[in-house]
Design a binder for this molecule. Sequence first.
Ligand code: ADP
Ligand code: MG
Length: 236
Amino acid sequence: MSIVASNVTKLYGPQKALDNVSFTIPAGEIVGFIGPNGAGKSTMMKIITGFFPADSGKVTVCGHPAGPSAREMRRLIGYLPENNPLYLDMYVREYLGYVADIYGLGKKSREAVDTVIERTGLYPEQGKKIGALSKGYRQRVGLAQALIHDPKVLILDEATTGLDPNQIVEIRNLISEAGREKTVMLSTHIMQEVEAICSRVIILDHGHIVADGPIDQISSLAGARLEETFRHLTGK
Ligand code: ADP
Ligand code: MG
């Protein structure tokens, strides 16, 4: 299994952001993680990536327990956080080289940067400052930093939010391509995105999983479209 979450609970003060959440994601799946604002999607992703621990329950990624100090985990996971924080004053190539160093790619660093620049279509922009790029190209840089160490698992938090339709298609294509050889978990509130690139969907609401299964099966719960099931289950 790529990702196993067992009975994960997370509190922020008195508020339960995740309440006994369990799921398993086998290798090679592209899973859409959807839910209304505040459902707990980003919180779950931060626990998977070891950004902070759960209060109770357990998460493993490729058999390794999730945690901030787990170095194997870093190598296994590529993470595009919500809002894609980037160093706007750094140049694209410089930034990716810096990320490669953080992952300890050493002598392979240069080749990894070249490969990921090619793969994410950043070649024409590689000499520009990140702050000078369009939102779509910034997202490509975000994906590039997530892919640079060739991780087995990709965690993408709202990777296409705020992009225009053309940019969305381009980023989706990059995600689908990466998904041919990686396990991908992506959060989004765009149902068509899930229908376009995911084989499976997990719906989260108020920190609870309310549906989990193949897209066509979940879609048919309340009509023929995922959007109808989503509305039916979450009231949104
Ligand atoms: P989603 O990504 O699905 O929109 P989040 O995981 O960001 O949901 O948030 C889940 C709930 O936890 C929300 O009610 C949110 O307000 C709350 N929350 C998230 N992060 C924090 C934090 N750092 N401190 C306090 N509450 C938080
Ligand atoms: Mg979020």
